[in-house]
Design a protein around this ligand. Sequence first.
Ligand code: AGP
Length: 604
Amino acid sequence: MCGIVGYLGNKNTKEILLEGLKELEYRGYDSAGIAVLQDNDFESFKAVGKLINLEEKTKDFITDKFAVGIGHTRWATHGKPTELNAHPHLGNSSYVVHNGIIENYAKLKKELMDEGVVFLSQTDTEVIVHQFEKNLKSAANPFEAFGKTVKELEGAFAILLVTKEEEKTIFFAKQGSPMLVGINAENEKYFASSDTPLIGHCSDVNYFEDGDYGYVTADEIFILDKMDNQKQPHFSKLTQNKLSAQKDGYRFFMEKEIYEQTTVIADTLMGRLGVEEILFDELENGLFDGINEIKLCACGTSYHSALSATYLFERYSKIKTSVEVASEFRYREPIMSKDTLFVVISQSGETADTLETLKMAKNAGLKTLVICNVDNSSMVRLADASILTRAGIEKGVASTKAFATQVTVFWMLSLYIAKLRGSLEAGEIARQITLLREIPVCVKVADSMHEKIKRLSKRYLHGHGFFFIGRDIFYPLALEGALKLKEISYLHAEGYPSGEMKHGPIALADPELFTIALLPQHLLYEKAKSNVEELSARDSTICAISPLEFDKADDFIQISTCQDYMQEFFEMMVVIQLLALEISIRLGNDVDMPRNLAKSVTVE
Ligand code: AGP
């Protein structure tokens, strides 16, 4: 998640921008920059890494008069974390910062390059400032050029743009990515992508709505809505609690990140869904040449998303696929063949065991791919190819949105490989893509669902343990549900394939054994249902999660009637995440920082 700040006023613009970016550090970033326009003269600074590097670069830069300024912290999605790719991006007389993904950037970039525009970066963002300056040539004024530019963009964006053509003005646009403007008694204007940079500077804020665009000057906030009707800002009092603001008002970062899944999965999909094909412009065509097998390797939750992928790759891509726990793989003297694509999965890109297996595969001469959330991490730098999940920083130690975006990437990758191998008809790929487009909706948390789980969680605070059970791809989801519960509630839980009950585990069945049963309508429902009935018949306390009513359950959480089992997968994923969250909260645990755990296990 990138961070945006903007300022218009007479104070020390550089300090205000840097301070604002510091307040956004919690969102995660790999580079940062600012641009300031004062006395019709631009100064811009960018740095890779932590903000202290940017501060060092700006230490001799003084801003002691009226100025407009914009700043940005970047979480790489298009293009490596480098100074050239850092924002703000420059045209001839304008700078822009942007949060989100411009889905049609490649088309706009090609048109501009064909007209002789020279691009300095690999980013999607840079097209905005060049498109604006192209439109300036024919527009009556800079705002008309800006409005035209905004309407030519597709995707998600929060934009701030400053230009010498209208030097005492900041232009803004909001579509799909958050942004707000704050005011105070000194006629200053503050912009940010979330509340925290404005706390202590502004009394009142206006949260822009999708489609809003306009400009601010010292005396005016001019807003047009998506129908080009002028609208007045709607000011509300700004919270003064920074930590609460960082959590956007949620109780824990984990809760916030569960709710964020609907937006981050939209980012994961952005620019990658064709009509009948998946587009991974970060993958070279030859990556899969000569590949007859895929081996996946990871730890913890990332292992669970990898296990999910084995079902998708063998069912859709018709390619032999296996999965390994990294800590086991690295010591069992595995046989590796060069027709195997070795895929590591890691939210952090730094997990020691997983990183070591990646080195083993490279040393054995295998092609390697990493599915990762952090660009420029050790694994991204080492692998032959990488696909970024675009989940943004994940603060909660218990992984949620990272898992959701990993599975989303694997689903897309299974279709991408299916097209390469001709293992799925174009129509089926198109159908699956239609299902994928619905996933951001599937994972949106309904208040009624959350309330139900909050109430129901009071019954699951004791007992001698939990079984999470599921069949097929719902088995890795059961494993994930058990891990979520274990790591934040400290209650014992195990994930099992539903069909395993009669091979021993059912000996534990009694009223104090809580079984969370995943019963998708569209995948082996009758088989899974009979496994649950085995447990229910032996008086285990059953909590069934299904779109279909199930009368043998003690508790029943109904999800939507979906078109496909993968939509059921994502809906059930949210349920098991919320269940673990609410049980842990009732037990009074530190949900975000569970005992004994670290967010990234960089040691063996
Ligand atoms: C899961 O909630 C944990 N955070 C943990 O299992 C984690 O998935 C594992 O340590 C792997 O981390 P990685 O994805 O950063 O490699």
